[in-house]
Write a protein that binds this ligand. Sequence first.
Ligand SMILES: Cc1cc2nc3c(=O)[nH]c(=O)nc-3n(C[C@H](O)[C@H](O)[C@H](O)COP(=O)(O)O)c2cc1C
Length: 403
Amino acid sequence: MTTILKGKRIVLGVSGGIAAYKSVELARELTLAGAQVDVVMTRAAREFVGPLTFETLTRRPVRTEVFEQWTEAESGHVSLGERADLMIIAPATAQVIAKLAHGLADDMLSVTALATPAPVIVAPAMDYHMYQHPATQANLRTLADRGVRIVGPDEGLLASGLVGPGRLVPTTRLMDAIRATLGSNGPLAGVRVVVTAGPTREPLDPLRFLSNRSSGKMGYALVAAAIDAGASVTLITGPTALTPHSEASVIGVESAAEMADAVQTAVQDADVLIMTAAVADYRPASVAEHKIKKSSDDLTLNLTRTTDILASIDRPGLLKVGFAAETTSLLDYARDKLRAKHLDLIVANDARTSMGSDEGWAYLLEPGKEAEEVGPTSKAELAEVIIDRVASLLRSRRTSERD
Ligand SMILES: Cc1cc2nc3c(=O)[nH]c(=O)nc-3n(C[C@H](O)[C@H](O)[C@H](O)COP(=O)(O)O)c2cc1C
């Protein structure tokens, strides 16, 4: 489990749209991630989902009324909002959006939204015509101008049977937005990070390619950890089965050559490059125009070196982090790579156990320092340790530039 949500007080406002059932999943995900989730429901929301569902999942009482039987001294009508680290309203109906835009406060949800100094995220969900109505559009603009973060809606099939914008975005996207908002003032705030991830594919003919077992999990975990720390992140990814973080700029590539081009461009205005991608060292010397047919028992492939991306990047001031996945002499190879490619940090791991796994176990090596072992742990936690180290390397670099 990652740390960004641990112990955070999240107010989840649920209003009366058909998508209210989806916020049940959000409440569960937030709770599982260690957040303290206080659900506030409108009266209409209770027509769609019972408060008991939220109470069971969050293990906390659901607020529905301003004039409830609670003591004002302990938990007054505004204290939920005052104490919150973040408030998210998902789904947000046209009605709730209009109320927030006009500062109305006639139920617990709208009172809490007015009373909170915390960042507010609004995830609209409604019928296509309601969403496109100039009144709703103007209200959303008003909220955005006031600093409220609007997430979605998505386009697709709506409960009304119409197809168009109005669907609540998926829970993963809401979680990404919550994490990014909570982390926005973190140690990497204002830092631009490029992460490469996944395998490359080197074509042999129109049907076939040479590739490797990299899943992209380490790189994607690093993207999440960097965004949690406040960075703006560009992910350059080979083909993987994973869904990229919705707050990252994503560039999809296939071959090592495409990845090299994308990295060269992306690092021009980046502060940090983290290369987790398992880039092919060799590619077929030529790509057959048509399918290679079976004609004899043996087939000999001629391979040629690909560009060494990390070694080819020499932008002054760029902090470079490399990964070494080896099956033998791990630390020796990693030290050689650290030196040869002028890296600030290298993460060395055993390729046989790390590739494709959710587990992370690695050594962190910096020039002139002893190797530090991290793990066994999850790749998410290993990613946090690496990002912490990147933040401290940047800090010490800035301090030495000032002195
Ligand atoms: C079956 C049904 C589905 C509805 N779905 C939505 C919806 O997705 N979005 C929306 O803005 N309003 C929807 N409404 C209308 C709202 O429930 C209505 O505007 C209500 O007053 C909203 O109250 P609240 O914003 O206080 O929750 C729906 C109404 C019904 C009966």
